[in-house]
Design a protein around this ligand. Structure first.
Ligand SMILES: NC(=O)c1ccc[n+]([C@@H]2O[C@H](COP(=O)([O-])OP(=O)(O)OC[C@H]3O[C@@H](n4cnc5c(N)ncnc54)[C@H](O)[C@@H]3O)[C@@H](O)[C@H]2O)c1
Length: 332
């Protein structure tokens, strides 16, 4: 056991972790280990703060063979943008899997969560979306909308990005400008959600909506949908009928998606049952090939965010920081 606890700031962590293929591969490995039965993932503890449209979640996972594990405390307060703050924040604790002692505190303000979530979106697209899609769409123009579109570009390069959001004009314009700069492609804010989906081969939903808004009528041949905004019992983006149009349904963790994700709403609306075939993304990864067998198939991936993602990214950041001798060590 080391003599001290390593404390790392967001600024330092950003130097060591970027949204790139290295991170995507790490998160992919985490999902694969989960599907192989090598991970213990306790249920998420969630503290709702309805007065502020907020929540605090605690996630964690132990993965056999790894020397440490992460315990994450993540907040989503969706009125924050009105006061000039991002909706998401948080921090992670790295705990030794040998002794249970605290090894590091990652004061990332939610940065690592943003990256690991975007990586999961990229993995969903890699294994489910069709190749050769020119136009993609995103619902929402917040922080995850940006990260998801950046991650998607790494695995399924595209030429045109459309966005539909219920945000202020100012924030929509800021998204268009930022993403044009970042991706170097045409980016357009759309006035009609249905018209947007009609033009897209891949759509990602990234909103904290409490009511399904994605209409079954919008689903068309070959469409892939990744839905990552719903990660709580009261959130829903896809109306249940969207699932009735799917040829292939995937998720990150079945039990969690049926509790907190789109599958919860779809089940309540009677469009899926516990017997509906739903593949976990780790199971698909372990086959080593795309789950899509036909370009006309409609595919959906429901992502709720799993502790294995947090442990994988936290350990990656911690290992690099130790190697680089970064951070401050607080004596025990
Ligand atoms: N699955 C995961 O692992 C994971 C991880 C992180 C965040 N999340 C969730 O993702 C969601 C988005 O997070 P964020 O940080 O990007 O939030 P954000 O507040 O930065 O952005 C949300 C965007 O959605 C828009 N929006 C809200 N309702 C809408 C609707 N009905 N139609 C179209 N646009 C709508 C908002 O105007 C805003 O632009 C949250 O629900 C968050 O909890 C999930």
């Amino acid at each position: 056991m080391s003599n001290g606890i390593l404390v790392l700031s967001e600024q330092e962590l950003r130097k060591f972790v970027q949204l790139d293929m290295k991170v995507i591969e790490k998160i992919e490995l985490g999902f694969s280990e989960l599907a192989a039965g090598k991970a213990t993932v306790p249920p998420i503890m969630m503290l709702p703060v309805p007065e502020k449209n907020g929540e605090v979640d605690i996630k964690s996972a132990f993965i056999k063979g790894l020397p440490s594990m992460a315990i994450k405390i993540a907040s989503g307060f969706f009125q924050n943008p009105d006061i000039g703050l991002p909706s998401q924040s948080g921090q992670m604790l790295v705990v030794s899997a040998e002794t249970g002692f605290l090894e590091a505190v990652l004061l990332d303000n939610g940065f690592l969560t943003q990256v690991r979530t975007a990586a999961a979106g990229a993995i969903a697209a890699k294994y489910l979306a069709p190749d050769g899609v020119d136009t993609v769409g995103v619902f929402g123009c917040g922080v995850q909308a940006r990260y998801q579109m950046e991650a998607l570009m790494l695995v399924k390069p595209y030429k045109r990005l459309l966005m539909y959001s219920i945000d202020t004009d100012e924030r929509k314009q800021a998204f268009v400008k930022d993403m044009q700069q970042k991706l170097g492609i045409e980016v357009k804010s759309m006035g009609s959600a249905g018209a947007m989906v009609a033009e897209c081969g891949i759509v990602v939903t990234t909103t904290p909506s409490r009511k399904g808004y994605f209409e079954p009528e919008w689903v068309h041949s070959g469409l892939h949908i990744t839905s990552m905004g719903s990660d709580a019992e009261d959130k829903q983006e896809l109306k249940g009928g969207v699932f009735a149009k799917a040829d292939l349904i995937a998720c990150d963790l079945r039990a969690q998606s049926f509790r907190l994700g789109e599958l919860r709403g779809a089940k309540e609306e009677g469009f899926v049952t516990d017997k509906t075939p739903v593949k976990e993304i780790g199971e698909i990864i372990r086959t080593g090939k795309s789950a899509r067998t036909d370009k006309k198939q409609v595919t959906i991936c429901d992502l709720t965010g799993v502790g294995v993602q947090d442990t994988m990214i936290a350990l990656m950041a911690y290992e690099i920081a130790k190697r680089e001798k970064a951070g401050i060590v607080v004596p025990r």
